[in-house]
Design a protein around this ligand. Structure first.
Ligand SMILES: C[S@@+](CC[C@H](N)C(=O)[O-])C[C@H]1O[C@@H](n2cnc3c(N)ncnc32)[C@H](O)[C@@H]1O
Length: 288
């Protein structure tokens, strides 16, 4: 990753001056495919690439997976070429490119958002993406991460013919989390109501269910999974407004339905504070 950053920086120094915050370096096609596959892109998706270069990511999403796409790019000649490629490839009705600053782009309609930008740009984008993207939106990057917002999945793609840096690329996936933080009242048939207190930092939950601390808590889009400490119970549920409904399961017993009603909202911590080192050896790392 350090080599890739150094390569981009060298190219940035060599490139002519422009309003671009990162130089044009195309993602190798095998990595584009890995990005689209990790996001499970399909015909129902609307993919936005921020800093779209020659348009290869939205174009491939449309030609291979039937998705709709949009790319914004500061270099107008790249935008011209990308729109011409969309016409040539017969997907101009579904894919469009615009000369535009990525920081001035409405991303709220995306179901998949991709970037291959510098670290510093991703960190500037992070609060905006978390505020504007719908829960469940898949965010995929080539090489550069989002600091303390740990990826939900990460793979290393071997790219023997990569024309720069190491012959491999990291591809990372984040699922935009809904905000479950706050105080909840939990009902489970045949049991007295209990309080669920949830604190959320990105997709990670901590807190208590009744008197029990949570051993594990995690959000993926609008769903959550909770494991109270010292019990074999697993709670899964889906958020709808201020209501969670789902199932509680434990080995050897039939799953039970549970519900929770939020009585006080919290606020997800998206880390306005200092950055801790990225856990690059995270257990989600895989190779292909
Ligand atoms: C490393 S390239 C990636 C191109 C393409 N996404 C890909 O993966 O092949 C980054 C692109 O972002 C564009 N870019 C940099 N700063 C930008 C900005 N503020 N607004 C829009 N595009 C920008 C650059 O011109 C460059 O084409």
């Amino acid at each position: 990753m350090i080599r890739a950053a150094a390569t981009l920086l060298m190219l940035a120094v060599a490139a002519p001056l422009s309003a671009s915050d990162a130089p044009y370096v195309p993602t190798p096609m095998s990595v584009v495919d890995a990005m689209l596959e990790i996001a499970k892109v399909g015909p129902q998706d609307y993919l936005i690439d921020l800093g779209s270069g020659d348009g290869r990511i939205p174009l491939r999403a449309a030609t291979r997976f039937g998705a709709r796409g949009f790319g914004v790019e500061i270099e107008s000649h790249l935008v011209r070429d990308a729109n011409a490629a969309a016409r040539r490839q017969g997907v101009a009705d579904r894919v469009r490119f615009e000369t535009r600053d990525l920081f001035d782009t409405d991303v709220s309609g995306a179901t998949v958002l991709t970037t291959y930008l510098f670290q510093s740009l991703n960190l500037r984008l992070r609060p905006y993406l978390l505020a504007k993207l719908k829960p469940g939106t898949r965010v995929v990057t080539h090489e550069f991460h989002f600091g303390n917002w740990q990826p939900d999945r990460r793979i290393t793609v071997h790219v023997p013919d990569k024309p720069y840096g190491d012959p491999k690329s990291d591809v990372m996936l984040w699922i935009v989390p809904a905000d479950f933080s706050g105080l909840w009242r939990v009902s489970l048939p045949g049991e007295p109501e209990r309080e669920l207190r949830l604190t959320q930092r990105f997709q990670m939950l901590s807190g208590t269910l009744g008197a029990q601390p949570l051993a594990e808590g995690r959000v993926s889009g609008s769903t959550l999974r909770l494991l109270p400490a010292g019990s074999a119970q697993i709670y899964t549920g889906t958020l709808d407004g201020d209501t969670i409904s789902g199932e509680m399961s434990r080995a050897g017993a039939a799953p039970q339905l549970w519900r929770a009603q939020r009585v006080q909202r919290g606020r997800m911590d998206i880390d306005a504070g200092s950055e801790l080192p990225f856990t690059s050896g995270s257990p989600t790392g895989e190779s292909r």
